[in-house]
Design a protein around this ligand. Sequence first.
Ligand SMILES: [Mg+2]
Length: 314
Amino acid sequence: MEIIDGRKVNTEVAKRDFKYYIFDWDDNILHMPTRIYLEKLSRDGVWRSVAVSTSTYALVRTDTAHYRMPQNGGRAAAFRDFQDAPDACSDDLAFIRDTKSALNRIASGESPGPSFETLRKTLREGRIFAIVTARGHAAETIREAVRLFIDRVLTQEERDEMLTNLRGYRYCFDKVDKFGTDEEELDYFLSMCRYHAVTNPDFHERLVGDSDFGVRFAEASADERPELAKEFAIRDFVEHLFRTLQRTNALGHQVAVGFSDDDAGNVSAVSDYIRSELARRFGGFKFVVYDTSDPSLTNGRKVTVAGQLKLPGF
Ligand SMILES: [Mg+2]
C-alpha cells in the first residue's frame, strides 16, 4: 500500500494473477422476480398460458413436448419483461426494479445466486468482468444494476478496498499518478467492463453483421440462437481483454477467464466454443467454466478447463 497523489493505492495488484470473470445474471448472481410467459401442454391436451421463473425456464426451455412460445406474439411476447420499456426513466425500468427487489430479499435473509459472492469479490478486487445475459436490456441498464450491487452489497470497507485496488491498476498499468474523484475512478472501471444483453437490438445488429457469427446465426435454430449469441458476447469480451492487456504491456502475465451460468445448455455450448475456438485463438489464456445449475453448490461445478496455466484458487 502506498500513498500517491494523497490517495491510498494498492501497487501490489501488479503482482497478482490476472483473473477475469464472465457472469450470467439470472439465477447465477441474483434470483430475479421477472417472469417468462409460455404455454404449457396440460394433461387434458390443451395448451394453457403459464408464467415461469427464469430458473424454471432454464430447465424447461428444451422440453418442446410440454412447453412452447405463446402462439400469439411468440418469443417477443414470452420475454416482454426482459426488455427496457421505451423512454422509461431508470427507476421505472423493469430490470432496475427487479434488481432492487432481488437485493432486498437477500438483505432479508434469502439466498443469493451461486456466483453472487464471486461478483462481490471481483468488484472488491477491481477486476474487469462481463455480464452476459439472454435479456434484451441496454448495456447502460445492466451497468446501472451493477452500480446498485456496489452501493447495496459492498460494505464501506469493501468499497474503499475496491478504490484502492482500482487506483493500483491505474497507476501500474495506465501509468496514471493523478487520480480522479472516487466517482470518476469507479466510472472508469465500470466503462472497462462489458454488459451484453444478447437479445438487445443494438447487440443483435452487431451479431448479425459479424462475418463469422452472422452466418452461423442465420443457420441456427431458434433454440440454438441464444447460446450462439452468448458465444459472440464472450468472444467480444475476451478480445477486449486481449486488447487491454496489449495496450498496457501486460500480455506476459498469467491470464485466466472464468464463465459461470446456471443454464446447462449454455454451459455446454460455451464449453464447446471455448475448446474449439477461443482456446486455440488465445492459447496463453486459461479458461474455466462453472455450471451453477445446482443452487446448493456455492460457485457451482467446474466443468471445463482449457489452457495449461495453474492458478491458485481458480
Ligand atoms: Mg441464468
